[in-house]
Design a protein around this ligand. Structure first.
Ligand SMILES: [Zn+2]
Length: 200
């Protein structure tokens, strides 16, 4: 499983240092380095002018089509930036954006996935306290992003949604679901992800 290579690409405005600090924690959780590849502009084709939000699937597909214009990035492991070059083959993409995302039948989402295409997106917009008109809490915001990026990374690797509320792979429909989670996978998900075994 460790050969599954994921590239992280910023779409829009996300603080570089913040993304690096977050990615270190995601790499620790996924037990694999991730590549931070650079930044793309927000694809306006994904904008829904009536809602003032962005269609998640379209944003992912547009960003994926623009991805080749970025050169290779920096490999980030659990202890920081690594000297190794990232692998040439990319198995999955996690786009990290700051725009408000929605999917069919939702008001808005924290993250979305097209697993068969190897595409995932998450936005910091609804992870920030300011979205809920509360004062900023950087630690909370960062932890939420770690959990959503790790959830997307695990899903790209083929993991399923988990029924344990404290597990990173549990559904995160509401902010409360996300805040309830710990920054780790439950035992069953860990076994499945890292040992390749399924407990019956
Ligand atoms: Zn689990």
């Amino acid at each position: 499983m460790s050969a599954f290579h994921i590239a992280i690409i910023t779409v829009g405005k996300v603080d570089d240092e913040e993304l690096r600090l977050t990615t270190v924690r995601v790499a620790r959780l996924l037990r694999a380095p991730l590549e931070i590849r650079g930044r793309l502009p927000v694809p306006q084709a994904a904008h829904d002018t009536e809602r003032g939000q962005f269609r998640a699937a379209e944003l992912m597909k547009s960003a994926r089509s623009m991805a080749p214009q970025l050169g290779s990035g920096a490999l980030v492991g659990a202890d920081g930036v690594l000297d190794d070059k990232p692998p040439l083959k990319t198995d999955g993409y996690i786009f990290v954006s700051d725009v408000d995302l929605f999917t069919a039948n939702t008001d808005g989402v924290f993250a979305a996935l097209i697993s068969k295409a190897g595409l995932a997106v998450t936005s910091v917009r609804r992870l920030r306290e300011s979205f809920y008109r509360r004062s900023a809490d950087l630690n909370k915001q960062r932890s939420r992003l770690v959990k959503e990026m790790a959830r997307m990374g695990a899903r790209l690797r083929g993991a399923k949604e988990c029924s344990q509320p404290a597990c990173v792979l549990a559904a995160s429909k509401h902010l409360a679901d996300l805040d309830l989670k710990e920054e780790k996978f439950c035992r069953d998900c860990s076994l499945h992800l890292f040992e390749g075994t399924v407990r019956i």
